[in-house]
Design a binder for this molecule. Structure first.
Ligand code: GTP
Ligand code: MG
Length: 297
């Protein structure tokens, strides 16, 4: 239980805390959390980008002290949304957490389109299918705290159950309209099992509930650009105080893309994010890009 001295300050998954009381861990033991250690990193998301309502401005800490953000996207059922992945990348860079793209359901569709979109980023990725060997993923998870984020139904809990055989995380089905059923309702951190014959720290994995969107209202317009390392260099040639929107006549990003130095879909995605923050975008479908396999459907 949490000590009264902590007031309203909440403890989140990943926090390192000081305890007093019975710390034996035995059944029925009671200890109090009296201190929350300074956080090494904080992954936040805003509930929505709608600045006009209290709920829209609500900022949530997803997890503390994570080293790696595992962005889980299914290649089909539900289809990948690069706009959502772009938002997660912004959140990761903003929090100082390294991103890892985890593409699940590789048995159902090819990863070419998604990987092609990120070709200019040195974004590490893993492909997962039901029978795939998870050694490459385990190696990337070793020694650190990783948090998985993704839409409902992409297979986060399925993957956690494969990585941590004792996890017994509930797994849901995906409905006919390609949406998950929000099977997981709270974040849980699990210690990964040690590889046979080594004492190396296998790391921790945090399974989180599926989110519809990854609101970035808490990220400044300037910081948004950190999620687009393929565009950042171009802005050195922008006029002072350039807003980088399509309306900025001298924004250097247009020439950069015209010269073939970045994918035009990436610039469009960045500008869509900028617009969604200023309330011009459509908050209902902020994660969809025209380059997505099912765009427009
Ligand atoms: N074909 C295929 N199906 C998969 C794969 N991974 C997961 N699934 C299925 O996808 C469905 C949803 O999986 P979950 O693990 O519950 O998804 P989740 O991301 O935890 O969903 P929430 O908890 O709702 O956020 C289940 O029916 C899984 O069996 C895969 O690699 N291939
Ligand atoms: Mg789940």
């Amino acid at each position: 239980m949490r000590a009264r001295e902590l007031g309203r300050k909440s403890v989140v998954v990943g926090d390192r805390v000081g305890l007093v009381g019975d710390t034996s861990g035995a059944a029925g033991a009671l200890a109090r959390i009296v201190r929350i250690a300074e956080r090494r990193s904080v992954l936040r998301r805003t509930a929505d980008d709608d600045e006009t309502t209290a709920e829209g401005r609500l900022e949530r800490v997803v997890v503390a002290n994570a080293d790696q953000l595992v962005i889980v996207s299914a290649l089909a059922d539900p289809p990948p949304r690069t706009g959502f992945i772009d938002r997660c990348l912004v959140a990761a860079y903003d929090a100082g957490i390294e991103p890892l793209l985890c593409l699940t359901k590789a048995d159902l569709a090819s990863p070419e389109q998604v990987l092609g979109y990120y070709a200019e980023l040195e974004l590490p990725y893993v492909l997962v299918r039901p029978d795939s060997d998870l050694d490459a993923l385990r190696a990337l998870l070793a020694g650190r705290v990783s948090v998985m984020v993704g839409h409902s139904g992409v297979g986060k809990s399925t993957l956690v159950n494969r990585l941590v055989p004792d996890a017994a995380r509930a797994v849901g089905t995906v409905s006919a309209i390609g949406r998950g059923r929000h099977t997981s309702t709270s974040a849980v951190a699990l210690r990964l099992p040690a590889a046979a014959g080594t004492d190396d720290d296998p790391g921790w994995i945090v399974d989180t509930p599926g989110v519809r969107s990854f609101g970035l209202a808490h990220v400044s317009a300037e910081s948004l650009l950190h999620g687009f390392p393929d565009l950042v260099e171009a802005t050195a040639d922008c006029p002072p105080n350039c807003a980088h929107t399509a309306e900025e006549a001298d924004c250097a990003l247009d020439a950069w893309v015209a010269a073939g130095r970045a994918d035009p879909r990436r610039l469009a995605s960045y500008r869509r994010l900028l617009a969604s923050r200023s309330g011009e975008g459509d908050p209902r479908e902020p994660e969809r890009n025209p380059g997505d396999p099912l765009a427009g459907s």
